[in-house]
Design a binder for this molecule. Structure first.
Ligand SMILES: Cc1cc2nc3c(=O)[nH]c(=O)nc-3n(C[C@H](O)[C@H](O)[C@H](O)COP(=O)(O)OP(=O)(O)OC[C@H]3O[C@@H](n4cnc5c(N)ncnc54)[C@H](O)[C@@H]3O)c2cc1C
Length: 509
């Protein structure tokens, strides 16, 4: 079954019972819907905005084991993430690409990967031992790939070799590490594919965007259509709260007071900078300063993505990339590639989001990154809250959530997603009219910003000027039945989002 918003809303008017209601259509909600559908259980997923519009739209685009989580001794997570990364490289080759990654190693700042050292009781060794530290880290990382290996082993590059390969790198480096992770070129499309695959796996599975869970009455959950204000009641066997950084707020709407999340904000900038693009030569660069601050620089189609910060924040809706974060990116970039200027002028897009991390005190870098499922039995139906959960591990986390639900419902699993490929198909930087029309028909497009920011790369890669926005509104409008006034409203809405959330003032460009 494909998305059919009107049909699903008509069905909801009958106050249906559903085995599972999933709140939230980011990657973890989508992954859980898919795993349940393949397992034989049809869920209804309600997303209050657009699919993949929350934390899932704010990632660094990495499918990674999380080499730096070794620092906190999170070996279980790193092993699972490396294995899931490898699985995606095999089962979703259009959406997961091997990414050679370089860690420059300096004499005076080599904080990264102290974990294996700590683990080995060598915590207080001087920073000059950076190369040794990183060599041990790579050995751990490679060991986790096990027999599953789909990427080459990591290795060290001497100073001369590193500078020969990357001549614009800071000449103060002592050495560099080269290892492999994976890049998601279009995460929002991957989330859409996960949803489409889930809907295809069970004829009664359903997912609706712009539908918010707002309350509980007796055995029913109240849902509100954000487009019309119409309300619906649905009676779930159980609820999966996959609201990411909004988990506690979604629980509060259901009348449950929880304090699971202590999110941190992370921002990124996207650069149109051919010089930087040439300097990194298709590699991710990953660098941690002695004070624990990190910068990653990686290729994203014909642009360069630079991030990210890690700052505590209370309200996930307030996350924006600030001028201070921008200064920090420019400064850190200057340390890795000191001769490269014009960074600020090259910014075409900014984005920011909140990691749904568990509530914990201490330094942000030390907050555990592993995921967990919290169960609440205070309502007439159990509520499973999915706390944490990275992009990389969405399949495993969805599987664990589905297992918990199946156990509670007393059902046996009909199938699993371990070796199930995801739908193929890449995406051009600027899609053509036919592609836009197909997305409008098949991919639950409700607003122009769904198309510009999540179904295509037009927004993120800074490809939207006034003319292109009009073209997009015209083609989408013809398919979705928007008259001239609605097209104008949609353009204004998109321009407002670009300006307010992404610091991209493109209407008149
Ligand atoms: C800066 C940053 C960088 C990151 N980089 C990486 C990376 O490189 N690799 C990686 O693996 N992971 C990365 N992550 C982590 C990853 O992006 C997130 O952990 C993951 O996307 C969380 O997905 P989710 O589905 O749990 O949450 P979300 O994507 O936030 O989805 C939750 C959804 O719930 C919806 N919702 C909230 N309340 C309600 C309600 N009442 N009713 C209906 N819907 C509701 C929201 O609108 C939202 O869409 C990064 C995260 C950040 C912030």
């Amino acid at each position: 079954m494909r998305f059919n918003r009107n049909e699903t809303l008509a069905w909801l008017r009958g106050r249906p019972g559903v085995p599972v209601l999933i709140i939230g259509g980011g990657i973890n909600g989508a992954g859980t819907l898919r795993d349940l559908a393949v397992g034989g259980v049809p869920a209804l997923l309600a997303e209050r905005g657009d699919f993949s519009g929350g934390a899932s739209a704010a990632s660094s685009h990495m499918l990674h084991g999380g080499i730096r989580y070794l620092e906190n001794g999170e070996f279980r997570l790193v092993r699972e993430a490396v294995q899931e990364r490898n699985r995606l490289l095999r089962l979703a080759p259009d959406d997961a690409q091997p990414l050679p990654t370089v860690i420059p190693i300096f004499t005076t700042f080599s904080g990264l990967l102290n974990a294996p050292l700590r683990f080995l009781g060598l915590r207080r060794r001087p920073a000059e031992r950076g190369a040794l530290v990183i060599r041990i880290g790579l050995a751990f990382y490679d060991a986790f790939a096990g027999r599953d290996r789909v990427t080459p082993r990591g290795r060290m590059l001497g100073r001369e070799e590193a500078l020969r390969r990357f001549p614009r790198l800071n000449a103060d480096i002592r050495a560099a590490a080269l290892y492999y992770d994976a890049l998601m070129p279009t995460p929002e499309r991957l989330c859409m594919k996960v949803l489409l695959d889930g809907l295809a796996a069970h004829p009664e599975a359903r997912a609706v965007n712009y539908l918010e869970a707002i309350g509980v009455e007796g055995r029913a959950v109240r849902l509100r259509d954000a487009e019309t204000g119409e309300e619906f009641m649905v009676e779930p066997g159980c609820v999966v709260n996959a609201a990411g950084p909004w988990i506690d707020r979604a629980n509060a709407a259901l009348g449950l007071h929880t304090a699971y999340i202590g999110g941190t904000k992370g921002s990124h900038i996207v650069l149109d900078h051919p010089g930087l693009m040439a300097a990194i030569d298709g590699h991710e660069f990953f660098f941690e300063n002695a004070d624990g601050r990190i910068v990653l620089i990686c290729p994203l189609h014909d642009r360069t993505l630079v991030g990210t910060s890690d700052i505590r924040i209370e309200d996930p809706d307030a996350a924006r990339c600030t001028p201070e974060e921008e200064d920090y990116f420019v400064e850190m970039l200057g340390r890795v590639f000191p001769e490269i200027g014009g960074v600020r002028e090259g910014i075409v897009f900014r984005f920011s989001g909140v990691r749904p991390l568990p509530r914990a005190s201490g330094r942000t870098g030390e907050i555990p990154r592993d995921h967990s499922i919290q169960v609440d039995d205070r309502l007439p139906f159990p509520v499973f809250s999915l706390v944490g959960g990275k992009w990389t591990t969405f399949r495993a986390f969805g599987e664990q959530a589905a297992d918990a639900v199946l156990a509670r419902l007393g059902l046996a699993r009909a199938g699993d997603t371990c070796a199930r490929p995801l739908p193929g198909g890449g995406l051009g930087v600027v899609p053509d009219d036919d592609e836009i029309r197909r997305m409008c028909r098949e991919e639950a497009v409700v607003h122009l910003d769904d198309l510009a920011l999540r179904r295509t790369l037009l927004g993120m890669l800074g490809r939207l000027d006034g003319e292109r926005m009009q073209w997009l509104a015209r083609v989408a409008g013809a398919e979705l039945g928007w008259d001239a006034r609605r097209q104008n409203d949609e353009m204004e809405r998109l321009a407002g989002i670009l300006r307010e959330r992404h610091g991209a003032n493109l209407l008149g460009a």
